[in-house]
Ligand binder design. Structure first.
Ligand code: FAD
Length: 393
């Protein structure tokens, strides 16, 4: 008889992953939801939490060890974000700084860019925002109108962006623009690191109904002069670079949604166990218990898909990870919206108080349905790529 196989896969976490999950849950519990939401309402970043998570190695767990990271993968980074969310501290900037920007620079940056950025992104002392969305392009990234022109050795970058998270907290923004192909004259995607204080780069906060420590910004880039080395990697790899960042972005958005959903369900279950308005706790009524059980199953299924996507990504299968990451982001966004809605309902009037912190999660979970790619665009993707149906737009 052969020995039982002990392969760690998406279904079975390694002891290190379980230990990481517990340690991050402890950190989140020390700060807690009240700290997080109070900071958000005051319009302040969660500086202490970010710094401590960075110092403990959680923020850069996915980045290469030779540049100060943990040398693990998106699987581990998603564990960190999920547990922070479950503890009431969902750090949206983790989706952007270590997951998108860190991945793109680690995989495609020049040696100089890696040395300049990765250690700081890993220990949390530096942050990078990510800007692709444009007011006139929206979901249609083929319409991106931000263009970089050559001016001697330099680049001149001009365009408009919208809904860019956390610029005020970031040292630089990784912008997606276009450059002209010297041979064909066609515009193709390229990525530029733009320090926040570069002349010609302006940003304005968009008033949002979100209780989050990150603000969203409108961006104006007017002939922003950048040195040649602001271009990430080389001009030919722009599309590849962009795709390299998209899978971690979707997986991490799923982790964000799942963490928030777990938090909401835990609050609701606690409440349902004790709140008594007839003779038994409200949790004894199936009208309260069954929807919570359903939501728990949906969140667990979404998490399974997220783990599959992260596992495929970390195994280097970008193509298969793409489909799984889209499905996971969709499933987690839907499950989280239903879970938070049901949690609010479970608490009755208390569901809408600041004390229980649930109402703020209503808008937080809506983000997972819209960004970074809307649920309709994921359905378009699955219809076309998974099912082979004609493209509808
Ligand atoms: C809180 C928050 C943070 C964000 N952070 C960032 C960030 O840091 N960086 C960044 O670059 N962007 C960011 N975004 C932007 C986000 O990625 C976009 O909002 C998202 O991609 C949708 O684009 P849009 O808002 O322009 O919607 P639109 O593209 O205008 O879409 C509007 C609606 O039409 C639907 N729709 C559009 N086309 C189709 C179609 N072909 N078929 C069916 N339905 C369609 C969409 O699904 C959506 O429901 C953020 C957004 C939010 C809300």
């Amino acid at each position: 008889m052969s020995a039982p196989r002990t392969t760690a896969g998406p279904l079975v976490e390694t002891p290190e992953q379980t230990a990481l999950r517990r340690a991050v849950a402890d950190l989140a519990a020390r700060y807690g939801q009240a700290y997080f939401q109070d900071k958000a309402r005051a319009g302040e970043p969660v500086t202490e939490l970010w710094a401590e998570a960075g110092k403990l190695g959680y923020l850069g767990v996915n980045l290469p060890a030779e540049y100060g990271g943990g040398g693990a993968g998106i699987t581990e980074l998603s564990i960190v974000l999920e547990e922070l969310g479950a503890g009431g501290c969902p750090l949206l900037m983790m989706v952007v700084s270590p997951a998108i920007c860190g991945t793109v620079i680690a995989r495609f940056g020049t040696e100089e860019q890696r040395r300049q950025w990765l250690p700081g992104l890993a220990d949390g002392s530096r942050k990078m925002a990510f800007g692709i969305t444009e007011p006139d392009a929206g979901s249609n990234s083929h319409r991106i109108g931000t263009v970089a022109r050559r001016d001697g050795e330099d680049w001149l970058l001009s365009g408009r962006k919208v809904f860019i998270s956390g610029i005020d907290q970031a040292d630089a923004v990784l912008f997606v623009g276009r450059t002209e192909d010297a041979r064909t004259g066609k515009l193709r995607p390229s990525l530029f690191v733009v320090p926040r204080d570069t002349p010609g780069f302006e940003y304005r906060a968009i008033p949002m109904e979100l209780v989050a420590p990150e603000k969203q910004y409108q961006v104006f880039l007017d002939d922003v002069r950048l040195p040649a080395e602001a271009l990430v990697g080389d001009e030919d790899a722009g599309l590849l670079q962009l795709f390299a960042g998209l899978n971690p972005e979707r997986i991490m958005t799923a982790a964000f949604s799942i963490g928030v959903a777990r938090r909401a369900l835990a609050t609701a279950v606690d409440y349902a166990r004790t709140r008594t308005v007839w003779d038994v706790p409200i949790g004894a009524h199936q009208g309260i218990a069954h929807p919570l059980a359903q939501c728990t199953i949906e969140v667990e299924l979404a998490r399974l898909m997220m783990q599959k996507a992260a596992h495929l990504y970390d195994a280097g299968d970008d193509l298969a990870a793409g489909e799984a990451a889209n499905m996971a982001k969709y499933a987690a966004g839907e499950a989280a919206c239903r879970a938070v809605d049901q949690a609010v309902q479970t608490l009755g009037g208390n569901g809408l108080t600041q004390e229980y912190g649930l109402a703020a999660l209503l808008t937080a979970t809506r983000v997972g349905r819209v960004a970074p790619v809307s649920r309709e665009m994921i359905l378009n993707y699955v219809a076309q790529h998974t099912l082979g149906l004609p493209r509808s737009y």
